[in-house]
Every structure is written in structure tokens, then in C-alpha cells.
Design a protein around this ligand. Structure first.
Ligand SMILES: *[C@@H]1O[C@H](CO)[C@@H](O)[C@H](O)[C@H]1NC(C)=O
Ligand SMILES: *[C@@H]1O[C@H](CO)[C@@H](O)[C@H](O)[C@H]1NC(C)=O
Ligand SMILES: *[C@@H]1O[C@H](CO)[C@@H](O)[C@H](O)[C@H]1NC(C)=O
Ligand SMILES: *[C@@H]1O[C@H](CO)[C@@H](O)[C@H](O)[C@H]1NC(C)=O
Length: 475
């Protein structure tokens, strides 16, 4: 997912770069005149090679830094931050993070380099098969993991998450919260670009159901398909995805890449309600499933993060599945709104007025230092790298002054995803079977793995996969 997004991002960056090629060339020529200045800066061990006045042209500086450093000699002057998961694919790059410069690499030969200060892990690739052990006391571990627990359950237990000093996860309690990772900005939420007037939605109701569902990842840990299956017994649902499929999309929209296609969005926008069900239930795990209907002016019927009200644009902008004790009651409520234009529109008032009243959401969007599909901003991986770089430098400076290091650790339980639960009315459904046969056992197994991993890491010696599995099975 990330890799794909990054590819798209890089593709757009390339176009951008091409368009500004001339500007860049000029910049480089001007900068050549400053190279004296640069050399003296590089040879000092200080962390602020750029003068304050130069910092605004940061994008260009990044390029320039890259080409002017000589790896062999300069690596010994800057902290090395080693991506233990080869997420960035970059074998070596100096990055300027505000005042600080760090060397980022995926080259594992740096494990034992005396300048290596942090190991960066991508959650989905975090594996017991190779860990940078023994861990020195100045080896920080940093975790980037934006995905749901479905991808690597063992990280979601206290024993494992507390191995990390720095975290970037979907949780608001992470050091770099990615809670709004699927939201480009507040403007797209307010936009009425795709919104269809209620009168037209009412007439479209002659051929469309009130509710739409589009999901092709069937029977995940949240057991959403069991809920929707039951809901379908009480109200009509148009289901375009592979799960519970009952209606076809036009041929050219039948692939996962079409989910952002304008024509697909227009189809969704015709509906009054969208079933926005996450694949796993965790605090603050919120995806495009919620934001997309809000952007389109369709009311989301949401199932996912239990504290979702903390992030909604207004108190009345979504219907929460958790407010109803049975799908039958939810169906009944939706039918009521379907008949009552005024009540239905009360869920869209915030949109019609362009008024987002949730201060937490506004603040998070204003303060976040990264953008989503926005080449004018850093992406969240750059921001993560720089957070770790700045913290590593802070401790280098403290050490120079003879102070104790600043201690950082992941907040215990900050990734809160309870054990998956099947809906009580769903036994013998494929969703229920998946939970009993796959998700619940995998959750239980991951607890044992997390414990064994902790035990072996604390021993601080290289361990083999055999030792790990022996310990897991002994548990
Ligand atoms: C990794 O770094 C070492 C020096 O530490 C270098 O000799 C080697 O070529 C690098 N490998 C790659 C793939 O860049
Ligand atoms: C939602 O309602 C609560 C209680 O009435 C209020 O404190 C909160 O500010 C409201 N939130 C939004 C986003 O309007
Ligand atoms: C990082 O975490 C480890 C393990 O919990 C701890 O020993 C170390 O002191 C931490 N480092 C910092 C800089 O907080
Ligand atoms: C740890 O074990 C792996 C594989 O067995 C080996 O490649 C690596 O060099 C070892 N590292 C250390 C520090 O012994």
C-alpha cells in the first residue's frame, strides 16, 4: 500500500521536477558559489549546516546535500539511522531535518557502525528472523506502522510495542500520530464537488437502494460481512464489491485502482448512506472508508474505532453501528431517515454549511507536519525519519553537555485493538468461521509470540527462529 502510494508520489514528484528543471539548474549554479561555506560546515560536528536564512529553500538543499556529501568520510560525522525494513529502498542518503542532519540507509552493514544510533522498522515487515541484536544502550528502535493489526498482530501487544522508543502509528497516543492518514485536508471534507441534491437522490431511489456497500476484502477480523449479511435481511443494500456482491460496476471500474476514479465516486455519491466498516476494530484506526462518504456528501454508517466521535467533523455527521443493538434496529432507523428529508439532511448540515465544528480534528489537521498526496509537503515517512533524527540529535547534544539522555518509549497499550469478536447472530456464516478458524487463533498466537520475542530480545543475543518457536510452543 505504502509502496504503491510512494510510487505514485514519486511519479508526480518526477513531473514536478521536470517542470522546474530550469529553476533547479539555476539554483544549483548559484549554490556552487557557496561551496566553500559548505565544506567548512560539513567538517564540523555541529548539527546546523544551514544558516537560518537558507532554510526556506529546503527542498533544493535536500538535493544538494545528497550530491555534495561523500559517503565514506561524512558518515563518520553524522548519526546513522538504519532502516531495518528496506522500506525506502535507499542505500544511503543524508537528510536535513530542521537544524539536524542524519544519514539514512537500508544497508545492513551499518548495524555495527559506531555512528548508528537508531533502527527504523516498518511494522508489516517486522520479523523475528533477523533483528539488530545485540542492542546497544544508544540503539533506539523506531516503529512506523500505519496499517491495521491484520498485517502483523504481534506488534499490538504490550510486550512488543514497548520495545520501541519512537512510534508512528494510527493511534493518537503515538509519537507521530497518523490518525488522519487518509484525509487530504479539511477543504476536501467541506467541498460539495460530488454532492448530489436530496431531491435527485430521492428520485434515484427508484432504482438504487438507500445503502451502498463496496468491499472486496471479505471476512476480515471485524466480521463486518456477517453484520452486513444480517442487515440485508432487513433493508436493501447495493453491494458492488466482491463481498456479498449483488450489483455490478461498469467494466472499467472493476479493479481496486478505480476506487479513486471520479466515475466511481459519482456512483457512490448518488446514495443516501454508505456502509463504512473497517477491517479491524482499534481505537483511532480510521481509513478512507469513513472520509470518502463524508467528502462525497453521503452519510456514513460507521463501524470501526470505538472513539470515532472524537474525529467526526460534527456531532451529527455519521450514524454509528454501535448505537444499535441489532442490525434490524439500524435498518429501521435508516428507513425512517429515508422517508424524512429534514431528518436525513440534519446529518449533512455541517457539509451544507461548510462548518467543521470538531476542534480536535481541526487542530490535528492544522498541526500535522506531513501531507497526503501533496507534493508541496513532506510525506509521513519523511516526517517520521526526521522525528527520529531530531530526537537522536537531542541526545547527542545532551551527552556533549554531560547531561543524562532524554528517555523515550512507546506508550504502553497505545495500540489498542481488542481480541476480534464474532457477531452473536452470525454463527455458521463464512465470517464467523473465519473468526473461529483464523482471526481469533491468530490473535491468541500473536500474544504468545509477542511474549517470546520480548523474552529473547531482553536476553540481548542473536537468536534463531528455532529458539523462538520452541519458546512460543512451550508457552
Ligand atoms: C553497504 O555499505 C558498505 C560500506 O559500509 C559498502 O561497502 C557496500 O557497498 C554497501 N552496499 C550497498 C548495496 O550499497
Ligand atoms: C458534541 O457534543 C458534545 C456534548 O454535547 C460537545 O461537548 C462537543 O463539543 C460536540 N462536538 C462537536 C464536534 O460539535
Ligand atoms: C530505548 O528503549 C530501550 C528499551 O526499552 C531502553 O533501554 C533505552 O534506554 C531507550 N532509549 C531512549 C533514548 O529512551
Ligand atoms: C546473527 O545471526 C545471523 C544469522 O544467523 C547472522 O547473519 C548475523 O551475522 C548474526 N549477527 C551477530 C551480531 O552475530
Amino acid at each position: 500500500m505504502i509502496r504503491m502510494r510512494r510510487k505514485i508520489l514519486w511519479a508526480s514528484c518526477f513531473c514536478f521536477a521536470a517542470a522546474f528543471f530550469l529553476v533547479l539548474t539555476l539554483q544549483v549554479i548559484t549554490e556552487l558559489g557557496n561551496s566553500e561555506n559548505k565544506v567548512s560546515v560539513i567538517s564540523s560536528l555541529h548539527s546546523s549546516p544551514l544558516k537560518p536564512g537558507e532554510r526556506h529553500s529546503f527542498q533544493f538543499k535536500k538535493q544538494e546535500l545528497h550530491s555534495s556529501f561523500k559517503t565514506e568520510s561524512d558518515v563518520n560525522r553524522y548519526p546513522v539511522l538504519l532502516w531495518w525494513s528496506p522500506l525506502t529502498g535507499e542505500t544511503g542518503r543524508f537528510s536535513q531535518c530542521g537544524e539536524d542532519v542524519c544519514f539514512f540507509t537500508i544497508n545492513k552493514t551499518y548495524q555495527h557502525n559506531q555512528m548508528t544510533r537508531a533502527f527504523l522498522f516498518y511494522g508489516t515487515d517486522f520479523s523475528i528472523d533477523s533483528l539488530p541484536l545485540p542492542r546497544k544502550e544508544y540503539h533506539d528502535w523506531a516503529l512506523f506502522h500505519e496499517e491495521s493489526p491484520k498485517n502483523n498482530y504481534k506488534l499490538f501487544h504490550e510486550a512488543t510495542i514497548t520495545l520501541f522508543n519512537h512510534t508512528a502509528t494510527f493511534s493518537r497516543h503515538s509519537h507521530l500520530p497518523l490518525t488522519t492518514q487518509y484525509l487530504e485536508g479539511v477543504e476536501v471534507l467541506k467541498s460539495s464537488r460530488f454532492m448530489i441534491p436530496l431531491q435527485m437522490k430521492n428520485s434515484l431511489r427508484k432504482r438504487l437502494a438507500p445503502l451502498v456497500y463496496v468491499q472486496s476484502d471479505c471476512n476480515p477480523p471485524s466480521d463486518r460481512d456477517s453484520y452486513v449479511r444480517e442487515l440485508m435481511c432487513h433493508i436493501e443494500v447495493d453491494s458492488y464489491g466482491e463481498c456479498l456482491h449483488n450489483k455490478d460496476l461498469p467494466q472499467h471500474l472493476r479493479n481496486p485502482a478505480a476506487m479513486d476514479d471520479g466515475n466511481f465516486l459519482k456512483i457512490l455519491a448518488q446514495y443516501k448512506f454508505v456502509l463504512a466498516f473497517e477491517n479491524a476494530i482499534c481505537e483511532d484506526y480510521i481509513t478512507e472508508k469513513l472520509w470518502r462518504p463524508l467528502k462525497l456528501g453521503v452519510v456514513p454508517v460507521y463501524f470501526g474505532s470505538p472513539s470515532i466521535v472524537d474525529w467526526l467533523p460534527s456531532n451529527k455527521s455519521a450514524i454509528l453501528v454501535s448505537s444499535f443493538s441489532h442490525p434490524r434496529d439500524l435498518a429501521h432507523y435508516i428507513k425512517t431517515l429515508d422517508r424524512d428529508d429534514e431528518e436525513y439532511e440534519s446529518y449533512l448540515q455541517w457539509k451544507l454549511k461548510g462548518d467543521i465544528s470538531n476542534p480536535r480534528l481541526l487542530r490535528a489537521m492544522k498541526e500535522r507536519k506531513w501531507g497526503v498526496q501533496d507534493i508541496t509537503q513532506d510525506n509521513y515517512i519523511d516526517t517520521f525519519e526526521c522525528m527520529v533524527c531530531n530526537r537522536v540529535w537531542e541526545n547527542i547534544r545532551r551527552k556533549e553537555k554531560g547531561w543524562l539522555p532524554q528517555r523515550w518509549e512507546a506508550q504502553v497499550n497505545h495500540l489498542s485493538c481488542p481480541k476480534p469478536e464474532a457477531f452473536w447472530f452470525s454463527s455458521s456464516n463464512p465470517g464467523w468461521i473465519s473468526l473461529q478458524k483464523m482471526w481469533i487463533p491468530s490473535f491468541e498466537q500473536s500474544k504468545k509470540e509477542a511474549w517470546a520475542l520480548r523474552h529473547l530480545v531482553e536476553r540481548n543475543k542473536n537468536f534463531t527462529a528455532e529458539e523462538f518457536w520452541m519458546l512460543v510452543f512451550k508457552e
